[in-house]
Design a protein around this ligand. Structure first.
Ligand code: P6P
Length: 347
């Protein structure tokens, strides 16, 4: 049911319409509302910046606080994680939570009822950008808990991306935007700060199949595998080269900001294997970065791959598993995959 042009749809109304259409149930609707409310709280904390006393590294002076990834935690990383944990503990929709900031999955306290969903999130992705006032974001993914499991353990989260029932991110930029899919298209909601509601601003985001814009951290070029060297070399050759067109480059170093641009106007985002991150399998995490972004992008007509396999078909082996990432305009991702097939010397 589409809204009349003069009416604006709130996130709540959109979710009720999806429930009425039988595409989600009440529990999933309420879970998404809880996550959205937590993102509003995070948006307020991020928006205060230096005035909120929450910039800078967590831990005590001279003793950095490190997360499971071995990365220095920002105060806002810890705060955002706590906001999401607290908001989701009592709702009764979850059998467990998993976060980039926590070693293992987090059980629902015994005092609260449990539900049938599993929530995974990166509470504040790109947080190294916080101190320089560049957009950061929260990424989340929802899976069904296996039947008969009420208190999920790590292994219950290890489902391929095709099993996601919902994925989304909230980008804390000039405006705070929630981008969401429940498997019926990808839609954008902008936070109306005066009312305190997310209002639908784009129904059905659609990524152009072709693009002239790529996003990669070029400083890693000397560490890339030959297929990636060849692929990007041809992009840089422009219209005189094999691709026959000039390309532009963007790199925010905040996945949510880069993917939001791609969902909005097309492009390809790549974080390939390089000899530095290859031993870990890549830099970006499968379960709460690559898979939710892949669901959103595929629902918007784009594609997502490890370079050798459709991202959402990867069978996870670990909660914090890392993967190479190629995501965005369908035909450009297909081109990058072809380079990996034709010039693969890893076998
Ligand atoms: P690099 C942020 O730390 C992040 O996980 C993604 O948000 C971002 O795309 C990438 O890493 C940036 O990596 O190597 O450019 O700092």
């Amino acid at each position: 049911m589409s809204s009349s042009p003069t009416q604006s749809i709130s996130l709540t109304r959109y979710l009720i319409e999806e429930q009425r259409a039988g595409r989600i149930n009440a529990d999933l609707r309420l879970l998404i509302e809880v996550v959205a409310r937590a993102c509003k709280t995070i948006s307020i904390a991020v928006g205060k910046g230096a005035l909120g006393g929450v910039l800078g590294d967590a831990g005590t002076p001279g003793v950095a606080s490190m997360n499971i990834q071995g990365e220095a935690q920002k105060k806002l990383d810890v705060l955002s994680n706590e906001i999401l944990l607290e908001a989701n503990a009592w709702g009764g929709h979850l059998a467990g939570l998993a976060s980039e900031e926590m070693d293992t999955s987090h059980p629902i306290p015994d005092v609260y009822p449990r539900g049938n969903y599993l929530l995974l999130f990166d509470p504040l992705d790109g947080s190294s950008n916080i101190d320089v006032n560049i957009s950061v974001g929260t990424i989340f993914s929802v899976l069904r808990c296996p039947d008969g499991v009420t208190n999920a353990a790590d292994e219950h989260f290890l489902q391929p991306g095709t099993q996601q029932v919902c994925a989304g991110y909230t980008t804390y930029g000039p405006s705070t935007m929630l981008v969401l899919t429940v498997g019926n298209g990808t839609h954008a909601f902008t936070l109306d700060r005066e009312v305190g509601s997310f209002m639908m601003t784009t129904r059905g985001m659609s990524i152009p199949e072709e693009t002239k814009e790529f996003a990669v951290n070029m400083s890693n070029q000397r560490f890339w595998e030959p297929p990636m060297q060849r692929y990007v070399g041809d992009l840089l050759s422009g219209k005189e080269g094999p691709r026959g067109k000039d390309f532009n480059m963007r790199w925010v170093a905040s996945m949510v900001a880069d993917v939001h641009r791609i969902l909005t106007r097309g492009g390809i985002f790549s974080y390939p294997l390089d000899s530095k991150c290859a031993p870990k399998g890549g830099k970006l995490r499968l379960m709460y970065e690559a898979n939710p972004m892949s669901f959103l992008v595929e629902q918007a007509g784009g594609a997502a791959s490890t370079g050798r396999q459709r991202m959402m078909e990867v069978q996870p082996t670990g909660l914090h598993q890392r993967v190479p990432v190629f995501i965005g305009s369908k035909k450009e991702v297909e081109a990058a995959v072809r380079y990996h097939a034709e010039h693969d010397t890893s076998h």
